[in-house]
Design a protein around this ligand. Structure first.
Ligand code: ZN
Ligand code: ZN
Length: 615
C-alpha cells in the first residue's frame, strides 16, 4: 500500500463532515488529466480510502469517479473492484465500466451484463441516479454489434425509444452501426430514415455498410445524396472508392480519384486510408500501373498500403514484382508483415506455380514472424501443391492442418485431380468431401461438373447420367456465367447465349466475322473445359462460342475506341477455349484485353496471356 508523503486529501471539520483542502485542488487537476501509471493511481486511491470513510460526500464521489475512470483505462480488473466497492454506483460509474468492457477484445459480453444489472438496480431502487443515459447506449449497442446479439440489441432499441432517445444523433448512429454489423441493412436504413438530424457520421456508417455488404450501387447513390448536405471526408471517400473497386468500374474509380484531388484538401489527398483504397481499387479494376503510381506517390504508407499493392500484384499474376515489394517493405522500410501480407505473398507464388518460394514464405511467416497460419494460408499452399501436380503433398498438408478444411480447399484438390487425370477413387473421395463441407443448404454445381467430367473421361456414361439426375433431384443449378464490359463509362452485362442486349444483332453478326478470322488462323476449339459432358459436338461448340465473355469481348471490339484496352469482368473461371480464343483475338485485332475471372486477372496481349497459361 502507499507510503508516500503526499499531503492528506481530506480532513474533518467541526461538524465531523469531511471537506477538501484547497491545496488538494492540485490533485483534482491531476486526476482531470491523463494518468499513465497504475501504481501511482493506486497510491492516490489508497490515500483516499484512508482519509475518508464515507462515499456520500459529493466531492469524494467525484474523486472516486475520476479514479474509476482512469483505472478503467489502465487496469480493468482493478476498476471493476473499485466499482463493486460502491453500494450505489451512479450512472457515470456504470457508463465508465460498460464503456471499458465494450472496448475489450474478449469481454464485450460483460458490457451487456453490466447494463442488465444497471436496469435491475434502477428498478429496485427507483433511483434517478442510475437511469441509463445518452452515454450508456452507444457502448451497449457497440457490444451488441460485435457480439452479433440481434435480439438483445432489439431490446436495447426498445429501451432507447421508451426513454425518448430516438432524437439523439449519437445513439441513432450506434443503432445504425449495430443493425448493419448484424447484417440487417434494411433495419439500419429504417433508423437512418427516421433520424431528425443526420451527421456526417450517420451518412458514413450507412455508405460504408452498403459498400461492405457488396451493395455498391446503393453506396454510391447514397454518396450522391450526401454530397448535397455534407462534405464527404476521408472515411466517405474510402467507402466510395471501395465500391468502385467492387463494381470493377475503372471510369467510376477514376472519377472518385479526381474528386479527391479536386477537393484540394491536403488532409484527404495525403490520407493513408484513401490512398490505400485507391491502390486496391486500381488493382481490382485491372490497372496495376495506376495503382503503382498512387502507391509510389504516397507520403506515408502503412502495412495495409503495402498489403494492397502485394495482393494486387498477386491477383495480376505478377509474382516476381509482388515478392520485390514484399522484400522492399521488410528490408528497406523495416515494416513487420502481418497475416494478410503473407496471404498476398503466398497467392503470388500460387499464381505462378512457385512451390519453393511459397514453402519458404510459409516457413518465414510461422518461424520468424510467429504468425499463426490461417485457413487462407493453408488454402494457398494446398492449391499451390495441387496445381503444380504434387497432389500427394497437397493431401498430406490437408491432413496436417490444425483446422477443418473448407469446401474451397477440397474443390481446388478435385480441380487438380480432374486436370491431371488422377485416380477415380481419389476424385470421388474428394467430391464427397466437397459435398459434405458445402453443407446441405448450398448446392453449388462446381463439384458435380468436375466429377461428371472425370466420369466422362473414363467413359463411365452411366455415372454421368446418374450424376445429372442427382443434380436435378437436389435442385443444383449451374451458376450462370456473366461478364461485364465497360464502354465509355457505361457497363454492359452479358449472360451466356444472351440476346437481350439492344445491339444484339450487330454483336452476333460481328461474332460470325470473328469466327471466320479465327478459323483462318487454324484455330481448333478446345472442349476440355466444356461445362457439361453430354453437350456433344455441335452442342458443345454452340455453348462455348456463346460464353458470356465471348459476347462481352465482341461488343468491346465493336464499340471501344481504337487503342483502348478492353476490360471484362467474369463471375466464373475462364475456360480453356475462351482463354485460347482471347489470346488469338488480342493478336488479330491488335488490342489489349484484360479479363478478371473468379480467381485472377489475365492480360492478353499480342497473342499471349500474362498468366503464361497457368491458371
Ligand atoms: Zn469459355
Ligand atoms: Zn491467362
Amino acid at each position: 500500500m502507499a507510503t508516500t508523503q503526499t499531503p492528506l486529501l481530506f480532513s474533518t471539520n467541526n461538524n465531523g463532515q469531511p471537506f477538501i483542502h484547497n491545496s488538494h485542488t492540485r490533485l483534482f487537476h491531476f486526476l482531470n488529466h491523463s494518468i499513465v501509471d497504475i501504481s501511482h493511481l493506486k497510491q492516490i486511491h489508497a490515500q483516499l480510502l484512508r482519509t475518508i470513510h464515507t462515499n456520500h460526500h459529493p466531492q469524494a464521489l467525484l474523486l472516486h469517479s475520476r479514479i474509476l475512470h482512469h483505472s478503467s483505462l489502465l487496469d480493468l480488473r482493478y476498476a471493476t473492484r473499485i466499482f463493486h466497492h460502491f453500494q450505489n454506483p451512479n450512472s457515470f460509474m456504470w457508463n465508465t465500466l460498460i464503456r471499458a468492457y465494450a472496448r475489450t477484445a474478449d469481454q464485450k459480453h460483460k458490457s451487456m451484463e453490466l447494463y442488465k444489472a444497471m436496469l435491475m438496480m434502477e428498478r429496485e431502487q427507483q433511483s434517478a441516479a442510475v437511469i441509463p443515459d445518452n452515454y450508456t447506449y452507444p457502448f451497449v449497442l457497440k457490444a451488441c454489434a460485435y457480439l452479433f446479439s440481434l435480439s438483445e440489441g432489439k431490446q436495447v432499441h426498445a429501451h432507447v425509444l421508451k426513454l425518448g432517445f430516438e432524437l439523439d444523433t449519437h445513439i441513432c448512429n450506434s443503432l445504425i452501426h449495430f443493425y448493419a454489423t448484424c447484417g440487417f441493412l434494411d433495419l439500419a436504413h429504417k433508423v437512418f430514415e427516421k433520424m431528425s438530424e443526420r451527421s456526417e457520421v450517420s451518412w458514413n456508417i450507412m455508405i460504408d455498410s452498403y459498400a461492405s455488404a457488396g451493395e455498391y450501387d446503393t453506396a454510391l447513390r447514397m454518396f450522391c445524396e450526401m454530397q448535397r448536405i455534407h462534405y464527404p471526408d476521408g472515411y466517405t471517400m474510402q467507402s466510395v472508392i471501395s465500391s468502385c473497386a467492387g463494381l470493377g468500374a475503372l471510369s467510376l474509380g477514376l472519377w472518385a480519384h479526381a474528386y479527391v484531388l479536386k477537393r484540394s484538401d491536403k488532409n484527404m489527398i495525403d490520407d493513408v486510408l484513401v490512398n490505400t483504397s485507391l491502390v486496391d481499387m486500381y488493382c481490382k479494376c485491372g490497372s496495376v500501373e495506376f495503382a503503382r503510381q498512387v502507391f509510389e506517390s504516397m507520403p506515408y504508407r502503412d502495412v495495409n498500403s503495402w498489403n494492397s499493392m502485394i495482393l494486387g500484384l498477386a491477383m495480376h499474376g505478377m509474382a516476381e514484382e509482388a515478392l520485390d515489394y514484399y522484400a522492399r517493405m521488410v528490408k528497406v522500410k523495416g515494416l513487420v508483415p502481418n497475416s494478410i501480407t503473407f496471404v498476398g505473398v503466398l497467392s503470388a507464388c500460387n499464381h505462378r506455380g512457385m512451390v519453393n518460394e511459397g514453402l519458404m514464405s510459409f516457413d518465414i511467416m510461422t518461424r520468424e514472424y510467429k504468425i499463426e497460419p490461417r485457413l487462407e494460408h493453408y488454402g494457398c499452399l494446398v492449391d499451390l501443391f495441387a496445381r503444380a501436380g504434387r497432389i500427394e503433398e497437397a493431401m498430406n498438408l490437408v491432413s496436417e492442418m490444425p483446422m477443418k478444411p473448407d469446401d474451397v480447399i477440397w474443390r481446388s484438390l478435385l480441380d487438380a485431380c480432374c486436370k491431371q487425370h488422377a485416380s477415380l477413387e481419389l476424385s470421388e473421395e474428394l467430391a464427397k468431401k466437397v459435398f459434405e463441407s458445402e453443407g446441405s443448404t448450398t448446392y453449388s454445381s462446381g463439384a458435380y461438373v468436375l466429377l461428371s467430367r472425370i466420369y466422362a473421361s473414363a467413359s463411365m456414361w452411366n455415372d454421368v447420367g446418374l450424376l445429372r439426375k442427382l443434380m436435378t433431384d437436389k435442385g443444383v443449378n449451374k451458376e450462370p456465367g456473366c461478364s461485364l464490359v465497360e464502354i465509355d463509362g457505361v457497363t454492359h452485362e452479358f449472360f451466356a447465349g444472351d440476346t437481350s442486349h439492344p445491339q444484339s444483332e450487330d454483336i452476333y453478326k460481328f461474332m460470325s466475322e470473328i469466327e471466320e478470322k479465327l478459323e483462318a488462323t487454324g484455330y481448333v476449339p478446345d472442349y476440355s473445359g466444356a461445362p457439361l459432358v453430354d453437350e456433344v459436338n455441335e452442342g458443345k461448340k454452340n455453348t462455348m462460342r456463346l460464353h458470356s465473355e465471348r459476347l462481352a469481348i465482341a461488343f468491346g471490339l465493336l464499340r471501344s475506341r481504337p487503342g483502348m484496352p478492353i476490360r471484362v469482368f467474369k463471375n466464373l473461371r475462364v475456360c480453356n477455349d475462351c482463354h485460347g480464343v482471347t489470346k488469338l483475338l488480342s493478336r488479330i485485332y491488335n488490342v489489349e484485353i484484360i479479363v478478371r475471372d473468379r480467381a485472377r486477372f489475365h492480360h492478353f496481349k499480342e497473342g499471349n496471356c500474362s498468366c503464361k497459361d497457368y491458371w
